[in-house]
Design a protein around this ligand. Structure first.
Ligand code: CP
Length: 317
């Protein structure tokens, strides 16, 4: 297996099956630190730089929390408008990263341009973690989802997935790539205008992913062991910030997971994931049901980032 030390985490397309399992096992090993709410000293000599060109609640703060849990330091920005990248100068990724690499030992970047973290990785002498790039990918989120499944079910192979939402989403791309490395048939359900692109479908076929497409969650939910949901009422992920203006509409029933649907159609032991934030695709009354796992994902998101930081910084082999 390739070493993770010094490695960029940009895409799950380049993750091998044994590397997924290794990351999951390292996360499991580090989990007690977070569970006991301790701060260890594993990364006491290291600093994380956060470079967020788009809003985030979970991704930025989970990386920061993970760094604190391992005794490391954090610096960075959560609003590029307050940097030279977001003012008159429109400073380039290259020029920005050529500074940031000396302010810390690893950089987590979220950007509205697809491929921006890859561009950063070309210039940085320190590892770059992709915290979400436009409609591109969101590898650390899907690793969090996989870790949640691994902890809840004890295994990943053999589970049937249902993925509902906007298939242009970066999470859906990382999910598709990740599932190619497991024995996990998946059904995708999305509005026609948000469906899998032909190019992405061709890629998934090339990797022999067992997938199909359905029009309505009712057609697919009964078979699913894992139900992963994203909104179909979405902002534009290519913008640095997309403010809500006026009525944004409601989620059609085809893409909505209700309590009634779960009760009447879902497997009793299926688990329901959502990367959050949500709109109305999972109503709040689903939160207190045996299916929901999205709050557990908040904890698991910290644990997964602890594993990734420890690995790329060489604190864990
Ligand atoms: N899941 C996720 O990426 O959330 P944030 O946008 O809040 O980081």
């Amino acid at each position: 297996m390739r070493s993770f030390m010094g490695r960029d985490i940009l895409s799950l397309k380049d993750f091998e099956r044994n590397e997924f399992f290794h990351v999951l096992e390292v996360a499991e090993e580090l989990e007690p630190i977070a569970r006991q709410r301790r701060n260890a000293d594993m990364l006491a000599e290291k600093t994380l730089v956060t470079a967020f060109y788009q809003p985030s609640t979970r991704t930025r703060l989970a990386h920061e929390a993970a760094m604190h849990r391992l005794g490391g330091h954090v610096t960075g920005f959560s609003d590029a408008k307050m940097t030279r990248a977001g003012d008159f100068y429109q400073e380039s990724i290259k020029d920005t990263v050529k500074m940031l690499e000396f302010y810390g030992d690893v950089i987590v970047m979220r950007h509205f341009q697809q491929g921006a973290p890859h561009e950063a990785a070309k210039w940085a002498s320190v590892p770059i973690l992709n915290g979400g790039d436009g409609w591109g990918e969101h590898p650390t989120q899907i690793l969090t989802d996989l870790y949640t499944v691994y902890r809840e079910k004890g295994h990943i192979d053999g589970l049937k997935w249902l993925a509902v939402g906007d298939m242009r989403m970066r999470t859906m791309h990382s999910l598709g790539y990740a599932l190619t490395q497991f024995d996990c048939p998946v059904t995708f359900v999305s509005p026609p205008e948000m469906s899998l692109t032909d190019e992405f479908k061709a890629e998934l076929k090339q990797y022999s992913l067992d997938f199909k497409v359905a029009d309505h969650v009712e057609e697919a939910i009964a078979d699913a062991d894992v139900i992963l949901v994203e909104p179909v009422v979405q902002p534009d992920y290519t913008k640095s910030r997309d403010e809500r203006s006026g009525d944004v509409g409601l989620t059609p029933a085809n893409y909505k997971i209700t309590r009634d649907l779960l009760f009447h159609k879902a497997k009793s032991d299926a688990i329901l994931l959502h990367s959050l934030p949500r709109m109305d695709e999972i109503p709040p009354d689903v939160d207190i049901t045996k299916w929901s796992r999205y709050w557990q994902e908040a904890f698991n998101g910290v644990v997964m980032r602890m594993a990734l930081l420890a690995l790329v910084l060489g604190a864990m082999e």
